[in-house]
Design a protein around this ligand. Sequence first.
Ligand SMILES: Cc1ncc(COP(=O)(O)O)c(C=O)c1O
Length: 373
Amino acid sequence: MDEEIRRLFPVTHNYIYLNHAAVAPLSLPVYERMTAHARDVLESGLVHWREWGEAVERVRELGARLVNAQPEEIAFAPNTSAGLSMIANGIEWRAGDNVVTADCEFPANLIPWRRLERQNGVQVRMAREYEGRLNIDEILGLVNERTRVVSLSFVEFASGFRNDLAAIGSFCREHDVLLVVDAIQGLGALELDVARDHIDAFAADAHKFLLGPEGAALLFLGPRAIERVRPTVVGWMSVKEAFAVNNGIQEYAAGARRFEPGALNTCGVLGLGAAIELLSSVGVGRIESYLIELGDYLCARLEDKGYQVISSRKKGEASSVISCRHPRHSAQSLSQHLEAQRIITTARVGRLRISPHFYNTIEEMDRLIECLP
Ligand SMILES: Cc1ncc(COP(=O)(O)O)c(C=O)c1O
C-alpha cells in the first residue's frame, strides 16, 4: 500500500502495530472527525443537532453500502455484544428450540445464546474447532427441525478461520433458519456481502478491522430478521415519531432503527463514518487481496522459523488474523518479548495472535520474524 496511506496512521511512528483483532489505532481522518464533533459540542452544545443527525444518516448509508445492505437495515449499537444479545433475546423461543454455533466463538457470541438455555429451555449446539478449523459439514449436520438460528463469526477470533458464510447462508435459507454473524473480526479487512451470503443479521463494533473507535457498532437486520426479532431494548427513539415525545403506545420505527432505544454515540458513529470512507477509498476488495498476500508471506516465514501456524491459509479460509505457536516459548512470553521491541501482538488461548491491517508492510513482517526467538 502507498506511503500516503501509512502517513494517516501516526501509530506507525511508535510501534509495529499488529493487533487489529484486539483494538485498532485511530487514523488521522477518524481522529479529526471525532475531535471536530467534540469541539462542536464544546463550543455550541446541541445547536447543530440537525447537522449531526444528517451526518449520522450518511454513516448509515456508508455502513449499508459497505456490506451491500439498505440503510434502513442498519442500526447503530453500543457494541457487538449488545447487538447479538438484542437479536438472541428478541426471538420468540419455544422450549426445545436450538441454536447452532461453535465452541471456538468469542463469548460475545456465546453468552447471549447460553442465557437462553437457562431462561427458555433453548439448546445450544456447538460445532468443535479442530486444528484451527471448523468443519462446515459438522456445523450443518447440527441443524435439525428445531433449529431457529445458526450464529457464527465471520472470522474466528483465536484461529483466524474464515467461515464459508455463503454456503452456510444458502443452507440456512433452504431450511428456514436465521443466519446471525458476529462480523467484528473480518469487517473492514474482508469483503462482506449480506445479500450474496444470505446473512440475516450481523453485529460488528468499529474498533477492530473497521479502524473506528470503540462503542459504535453496526447492527444489520435484513427482512427475515426484522420479521422474527422483536425489539426488547426499547426507548423514545425506537418508535416511528420519536420527536412527538408521546407516551401512548406507538408503532416501532421501520426497519433496524427500532433497535436504537435512545441517544446515539454520535461522536463514535461519526468516527466510524470517517473510517468507512477511508476503507472504501482504497476498496475493501483491494485491502483483502493485500492482507491475504501479506498473511501468506508472514505464515511462510513463521514456519521457516520453526513456528506452527494454526490459521488455515486455504483459499476462502484465510483472514488477517494469524495464530501460531512455538514448541517451547509460551504465547504470553512471545507477545511480551515483542512488545519490549515495540511490536504489538497478543496472546489468545495459548496462541500468539498477529493481526495486520492494510497500512502494515512486508518490511514490518520481516522485522517481526527477526525479533522472534
Ligand atoms: C469475535 C469477537 N466478537 C466480539 C468481540 C468484542 O465484542 P464487543 O464489541 O461487544 O466488545 C471480540 C473481541 O473483543 C471478538 O473477537
